[in-house]
Design a protein around this ligand. Structure first.
Ligand code: MG
Length: 278
């Protein structure tokens, strides 16, 4: 509220200038009641905001020790692959131990054994994953180093952040590297050439569903490719499909899946995979 010349001093019953009221609130409450002094104090605070009025001190954010480099997992991350084994992964086909090839700190797609997925399920999260197209990759378009990171996989479908060689390799833009497959082209093409490691850093907001199974809020994806923003909080239209219109089917927490694509090009590799549930 603002004081005007119509405000009255309750003690004297006379009109009091605004400046005088503020002085009373600031330096004393002579003759004023407790409630009116509180009101005056609030009015004075509004008229003269202090820095500490808008400082928040609790709750204190938990301490997380970052990795030695941004590629390394922070202290609160779930490490999905650190170069040693695939203990955190199973075959998507039959849930048997994952059979991709681990050597020299990296894992290489084993196409005949099919997709692999995490043993654990996740809701919202931050994900880091690195991938490399092999030198001498062959093929064109979608048939050149195709793989993919499914940010959630369910029996009815999944949501693919595309992995494919997009360095001097033309294809439909909503299917190139860092696209949300057939839904959103990346904002830019930040691809590195074959033989170089590339990073995805992703913020995944899982969709939510009403009790009747209909969609409450869509999935959202924010993604960086090699440190460059490529997806800026895009709202997914449903599962990413090769054919037809995307749709949702209700699900809860879900595994993350890496795709073994059936194209004839040489298999790609992954490393440094970790996730921070949010
Ligand atoms: Mg793919």
């Amino acid at each position: 509220m603002a004081f005007t010349t119509t405000n009255r001093d309750t003690m004297k019953g006379h009109l009091v200038p605004t400046r005088a009221l503020i002085l009373v609130a600031t330096f004393g409450t002579i003759g004023a009641t407790a409630s009116s002094s509180s009101l005056l104090a609030q009015t004075a605070a509004a008229a003269h905001p202090r820095p500490q009025d808008t400082e928040v001190w609790t709750p204190v954010p938990p301490i997380v020790t970052p990795g030695a480099t941004d590629a390394q997992p922070p202290s609160d991350a779930v490490v999905l692959f650190d170069g040693r084994n695939l203990d955190q992964w199973v075959s998507a086909r039959d849930k048997s131990p994952a059979k991709w090839v681990v050597a020299n700190g990296i894992v290489t797609v084993n196409k005949p054994s099919g997709d692999i997925e995490t043993r654990r399920s996740f809701g919202n999260y931050q994900l880091h994953v690195e991938w490399r197209i092999p030198v001498g990759i062959t093929g064109e378009g979608q048939d050149r180093g195709n793989s993919g990171v499914y940010l959630a996989i369910t029996p009815a479908g999944g949501y693919e952040l595309q992995v494919v060689d997009s360095y001097n390799n033309k294809t439909y833009v909503n299917g190139q590297a860092a696209s949300v497959y057939k839904q959103y082209a990346p904002l830019v093409n930040a691809a590195r050439k074959p033989g170089e490691w590339q990073t995805y850093d992703v913020v995944w907001t899982a969709p939510t569903f009403k009790s009747d199974g209909t969609l409450a809020t869509p999935a959202y994806v924010t993604a960086f490719h090699n440190g460059v923003l490529v997806q800026n909080h895009v709202a997914l239209k449903g599962f990413t499909l090769n054919e037809g219109t995307p749709f949702y089917k209700a699900h809860g927490a879900a595994p993350i899946l890496l795709q073994a694509h059936g194209d004839k090009s040489a298999p790609i590799s992954y490393r440094n995979i970790w996730v921070r549930p949010l």
